[in-house]
Design a protein around this ligand. Structure first.
Ligand SMILES: Cc1cc2nc3c(=O)[nH]c(=O)nc-3n(C[C@H](O)[C@H](O)[C@H](O)COP(=O)(O)OP(=O)(O)OC[C@H]3O[C@@H](n4cnc5c(N)ncnc54)[C@H](O)[C@@H]3O)c2cc1C
Length: 850
């Protein structure tokens, strides 16, 4: 035995006598294991380390206690296990094959439709979080917001003009319809064909540009944005552009781009909502007569509901399950989900009736048909694409869901901030602007955070889609997170406005957002489902470096090939898990001090390190969750929901840090970023802590707690003092407030319900000093402020105000009166709207009976 080991043995063995020596040995062992884990060492390196440590442990001799003797020999067991694991043939027979059999039973089974959803999308920064070691270069390589000059001109030109044309009250109440001049404008300017390529007559705008244009319109009218969003989202335009036959592209795309065709897409039915793939809508391949000729085609029966633009559509995209009992296509009987284009005027298509979703004005309604014959070449992509509908939908959804709702939810949060910050500074109670009350400041700061973070994540995600990614997991988390943040922002804005927000009328600028919130929450995957079922379950499979490979291997019908693939993935997975456990423990113990931050991070370095630290904990807990819950993941939704929240917080935190860099670290924004990252880390901690506390496999709880929270839950939410600073910035007209609300529609027209806020805010601030003098005089009883008294004249007469000051304050008083005014109506005016409604309403059962 080399002298050094003999020496150590002498000192460390119980004969050497000291408890201290045992402690040193244990520390040595812990250090070695942690180091191996951190560098993701291969199995043979673990075997060597365990062997050397066992040798050290034993080499001092049997010792005085029999127990020690047994223990010293037992210590060879892990060595032997690891050594065997390092020998391929033995590993395969005794470890891999039994594990493979077990994994086949416990890992989540992936159905065909789930596999298509998983394979349809790409992975982005989500994979970095799942890896536990985010690569900052990948974050930095996502481009900042870039628009071509044509796109920028469109945003500043026709989009601005469209916003100015919209009269929200007229849309929602007078007409309960999108006015024809708005339809004409969006059609002639190409709004309905933003995603259609220039080659086919569309604008061919990037997803980033589409997102900003949609956002700007949404900030003016959630109704009008819907009629622009739907043709530019999952629907006929995108499906034809990507999968259509040349004939379909030539015929339909230019017509869709110019609005000569209005499209809708019909997937949802009365019995198939969230679980859309279980639709009962059915088509049989058969021969029939079309335009007087015998033609190969499909006989269709369907019933759909909630279809946006349906009542106005001229072209219906329809999803149905296709069967071919006579095998006319040569692909067997069950061909699968198929998508077709059906002109709304085609005989047998019932369309045009409307739902009344949240009192909104955009067209939405059911459509149905019985035994309607269509030619086979109405399938999108033609006969060869029959049965590929689900994959087509999922591919489009991965990208589309990342753009449409996040853009309007972000604009919604920004708009809430713009109007609420102005109103809270204008509206006074107890002699003070309500913005000065801490109770009001709290929700106001939440709106600031939502506006900053939503925009950061929106811009980053749109940039990823613009460079060709289809981020399925990110699109899911973006959909539910941004719409939830918007919902909170709308509620906070309503609370801060008090009764002013509740009474509807032409001067109410919050009601349309409030009414439309549930629509954003429900469409494109209702939020509860998207949070609890989609985000983590798909994320774990799609973004985890090894899991999906293991699942695919376990489901491979060729067992030998599956076993080979499984062995490779499993060995890497074991090293990955050990590394995450040790890495998470060390970095949580040392507060992330040894983690790296990007060189440019400067004052934000600390937060990059905390993000890396949290990712390591996330990767560790995610691994344990999947390993121990396996197929039970789909039902343990309180766990998967929290894991989705934790993942989302880290993604949005990364986007927040990136936005600060991309914006050039502007003065003032650092406080908002600090607040947002502290709150995100705290929410992350609550989500991951909730997972650990409630973990269904109880023995895993203490282990996870030890590794993730060795020193307890250390992340604190942002302080009240920081919140106060942030609120001050948001309430001050200037660069920070403008940046927080960039790219939304901002009116400066005193006759516009939001424009008057902007004008009044500036004047209120300009006259603050005079206002203080007047208030003091009123408090001192020098001037009386009651109806019927001209208190400005009185203040002027008593020398409290100069004539100029009195004049300015008089104007401010007039403006403020308009800002705080709510509408009231002659009761007769309100009645006709509702008088006839409902007499001719029909439920689904009526339709089904036809
Ligand atoms: C205004 C509006 C416009 C729409 N536009 C269109 C359109 O243009 N085209 C179209 O095809 N469809 C459209 N839809 C339909 C929309 O996509 C569906 O409403 C949505 O998919 C949810 O279906 P559902 O309403 O039937 O809810 P359900 O499926 O009945 O769900 C009810 C609740 O249960 C939850 N849930 C369901 N399953 C699970 C699960 N496994 N785990 C956890 N939670 C679950 C859901 O999250 C939801 O909260 C629209 C809907 C609305 C309201």
């Amino acid at each position: 035995m080399p002298a050094i080991i003999g020496d150590a043995a002498a000192r460390l063995s119980p004969q050497g006598g000291s408890d201290m020596a045992t402690v040193v040995l244990l520390v040595l062992a812990a250090g070695a294991f942690l180091a191996l884990g951190m560098v993701r060492a291969p199995v043979w390196a673990w075997a060597v380390a365990v062997g050397v440590l066992t040798l050290l442990f034993q080499s001092g001799g049997p010792g005085p206690h029999a127990g020690f003797y047994v223990l010293s020999w037992l210590a060879w067991v892990p060595f032997l296990a690891l050594a065997l694991l390092a020998v391929p043939a033995i590993r395969r027979r005794f470890i891999i094959a039994p594990t493979f059999a077990m994994v086949q039973k416990i890992l989540p089974k992936v159905s065909d439709t789930e596999a298509q959803a998983l394979e349809a999308g790409t992975v982005g920064f989500d994979a970095e979080i799942f890896s536990g070691t985010p690569d900052w270069n990948k974050l930095q390589s996502i481009p900042p917001i870039q628009l071509t000059s044509e796109e920028r001109a469109f945003l500043d030109g026709p989009t601005e003009e469209l916003c100015r044309m919209i009269n929200d009250w007229q849309v929602r109440h007078r007409l309960r319809e999108i006015p024809e001049d708005i339809w004409d404008f969006v059609k002639t300017h190409g709004f309905l064909g933003m995603l259609i390529s220039k080659e086919h007559g569309g604008l061919g705008f990037s997803p980033q540009a589409q997102s900003l244009i949609l956002g700007k319109i949404a900030s003016r009218s959630p109704d009008v944005v819907t009629i622009v969003m739907v043709p530019n989202s999952l629907g006929p335009g995108e499906l034809i552009e990507k999968y259509g036959t040349e004939e379909q592209k030539r015929h339909y795309l230019p017509r869709l781009a110019k609005g000569e065709e209005v499209p809708c897409f019909s997937l949802t039915g009365p019995t198939s909502g969230s679980d859309a793939a279980t639709m009962r809508d059915i088509g049989y391949v058969t021969r029939g007569s079309f335009e007087g000729k015998e033609t190969l085609g499909i006989r269709l029966s369907w019933e759909k509901r909630y279809i946006t633009l349906g009542p106005k559509a001229t072209l219906v995209g329809l999803a149905f399950r296709l069967f071919d009992p006579e095998n006319l296509l040569g692909r067997g009987e069950d061909v699968g989900i198929t998508l077709a284009l059906i002109p709304a005027s085609h005989p047998g298509v019932n369309i045009g009736r409307r739902h009344l979703p949240s009192g909104a004005a955009f067209p939405n309604g059911p459509n149905w048909g019985r035994d309607v014959f269509i030619p086979i070449d109405w399938i999108i992509g033609g006969e060869k694409m029959a049965g590929h509908g689900w994959r087509m939908l999922m591919e489009c959804l991965s990208a589309g869901r990342a753009i449409s709702l996040p853009s309007s939810a972000t604009a919604g949060a920004k708009m809430m901030l713009r109007v609420t910050s102005a109103y809270a500074r204008i509206r006074k109670q107890f002699g003070l602007p309500v913005s000065r009350m801490e109770g009001v400041e709290e929700p106001l700061v939440r709106i600031v955070e939502a506006a900053y973070v939503n925009e950061a994540a929106r811009a980053m995600t749109a940039a990823m889609v613009s460079r060709g990614e289809k981020p399925s997991v990110i699109s899911a988390l973006m959909k539910y997170q941004t719409t939830e943040k918007m919902r909170r922002a709308v509620n906070d804005a309503m609370d801060i406005h008090g009764g002013r927000a509740i009474c509807d009328g032409p001067s109410n600028y919050l009601q349309s957002a409030y009414q439309m919130v549930p629509v954003g929450i429900t469409v494109e995957g209702a939020n509860i489902l998207t949070r609890t079922l989609i985000t983590f379950a798909q994320g774990a499979l799609r973004s985890h470096p090894y899991l999906y490979k293991e699942v695919q291997a376990a489901q491979d019908p060729d067992r030998a090939r599956g076993l080979d693939a499984f062995e490779e993935a499993f060995c890497s997975h074991v090293a990955f898990s050990l590394s995450n456990a040790t890495g998470a423990f060390v970095h949580n113990l040392t507060g992330g001090a040894f983690l790296s931050a990007p060189g440019h991070a400067q004052r934000m370095s600390h937060w990059y390190r905390q993000l890396a630290r949290a990712s390591r904990s996330y990767a560790f807990v995610a691994d344990i969750t999947v390993a121990l819950l396996g197929g039970g993941l789909k039902t343990k939704q309180k766990i998967t929901g929290r894991m989705a929240d934790a993942l989302s917080e880290l993604y949005m935190l990364a986007a927040t840090l990136k936005r600060y860099e991309d914006d050039g670290r502007p003065v003032g924004d650092e406080h908002i970023v600090q607040l947002a990252v502290q709150n995100a880390l705290h929410r992350f901690q609550e989500a991951i802590g909730g997972t650990i506390d409630n973990f269904p496999v109880r023995w895993a709880t203490p282990l996870m707690r030890l590794i993730v929270f060795p020193l307890g839950r250390r992340f604190k939410p942002a302080s009240d003092a920081l919140g106060h600073k942030v609120a001050r910035y948001a309430l001050e007209p200037g660069a920070v407030r403008d940046r927080l609300t960039r790219d939304i529609f901002i009116s400066k027209d005193v006759d516009d319900p939001t424009g008057i806020l902007e004008v009044t805010l500036e004047k209120v601030i300009a006259t603050e000093a005079a206002e203080k003098k007047l208030e003091k005089a009123i408090r001192d009883g020098l001037v009386r402020r009651y109806h019927g008294i001209d208190w400005f004249a009185e203040a002027e007469a008593k020398g409290v105000l100069t004539p100029e000051e009195a004049g300015e304050l008089r104007e401010v008083e007039r403006l403020v009166a308009r800002v705080i005014a709510v509408d009231h109506f002659d009761p007769a005016e309100l009645r006709p709207n509702y008088a006839t409604l409902g007499h001719n309403a029909r439920g689904a059962e009526t339709l089904a009976a036809e």
